[in-house]
Design a binder for this molecule. Structure first.
Ligand SMILES: Nc1ncnc2c1ncn2[C@@H]1O[C@H](COP(=O)(O)OP(=O)(O)O)[C@@H](O)[C@H]1O
Ligand SMILES: [Mg+2]
Length: 303
């Protein structure tokens, strides 16, 4: 069971319970006062922390170009076998936070990450951590499907080959088939495994990318707006798939769509101006948000 850590009583900002205005509080449009308020809050409203989480992140700060800070003191846990949705206005740091979880920010020159990021209690930024191995444990699926210019088979076999996960061709065949099956794609492509992955439809390509991520048996899959380039039918297929994958993996998904967050996630984190404002059960965030900034966002007042 999750530990319930309630928002600190000494927090200075009012919760939605004390804010009954039906329009945006006038201070919400004054960015400086909102930032001052977010700075004063020591932790997110709701239940950011869990017992025995998969990921424990504390006081995470991220800077671009050495100086521009994009994430401020982010502290939250990510549970096992949960789908956690990261929502919030554009540019508020959702992708930046997500990329901290498998050290993808390392690949952007001038980026600095501070704070504690523990995967099963292990510091993923420790000197002896190999980012390549970490990214096999914490896979990633991007906004735009990005299959390699290789066959469907070779796309899925890429990671297992890189990490030496199969001793012979028949084992590799099994991994490829199982991964495509879990990604809900095998039946559609089994007769053309040697055709280029780039020849598939957008939705199929995204499932191929999910199969490629799954093929190395990751523990966590990060998804950054994975359906925003897809039509509604392909989106529905991916959403069903995410729900099935939850039994085997932890999934962190950034989404622009609040409906999607409400449909597929068990917990939701609301980001605003680089701060984690609120984290709670998805149902609570959408029906009884604890912070007026969350409430303003989910009721469409800004964002
Ligand atoms: N590679 C980068 N270099 C410099 N600034 C960046 C980079 N990526 C993102 N940012 C800045 O960091 C902030 C957060 O961006 P991002 O994490 O992409 O937000 P979101 O995913 O919520 O839209 C924004 O101000 C953005 O301009
Ligand atoms: Mg983003």
């Amino acid at each position: 069971m999750n530990t319930v850590t309630l928002a600190n009583d000494s927090m200075t900002f009012p919760s939605s319970g004390t804010t009954t205005t039906s329009s945006v509080n006038k201070t919400d449009v004054d960015i400086h006062s909102v930032v001052e308020e977010l700075k004063r809050a020591k932790q997110a409203v709701g239940k950011p922390f869990l017992d025995n989480p998969k990921f424990k992140t504390r006081d995470v700060n991220v800077y671009y170009n050495q100086t521009k800070q994009a994430i401020f003191n982010a502290s939250l846990d990510i549970g096992r076998n949960e789908v956690i949705a990261m929502i919030g206005p554009s540019g508020c740091g959702k992708s930046t936070y997500l990329r901290c979880l498998n050290r993808m920010n390392d690949t952007i020159p001038g980026t600095k990450v501070t704070g504690d990021l523990l995967l099963d209690g292990e510091d993923i930024y420790a000197k002896d951590q190999d980012p390549v191995l970490l990214r096999a444990r914490v896979g990633m699926v991007f906004q735009k499907p990005n299959p390699f210019p290789k066959s469907i088979y070779d796309n899925v076999a890429y990671g297992p080959r890189l990490h030496g996960l199969a001793v012979n061709r028949s084992e590799l065949d099994d991994i490829v088939e199982q991964s495509l099956t879990k990604a809900g794609l095998f039946n559609e492509v089994k007769d053309r495994l040697n055709s280029p992955g780039t020849g598939l439809s957008g939705g199929q390509q995204q499932r191929l990318c999910i199969a490629r991520a799954i093929a190395v048996s990751p523990e966590v899959i990060l998804m950054d707006e994975p359906t925003s380039a897809l039509d509604p039918i392909a989106t529905a297929t991916i959403e069903e798939l995410i729900d099935e994958l939850r039994s085997s993996f932890t999934i962190c998904i950034v989404t622009h769509s609040m409906q999607q967050a409400a449909r597929i996630s068990q917990r939701t984190a609301y980001f605003h101006l680089g701060y984690v404002v609120e984290v709670n059960d998805t149902n609570t965030v959408f029906t009884n948000p604890g912070h007026r900034l969350t409430e303003n966002y989910i009721t469409g007042r800004f964002g």
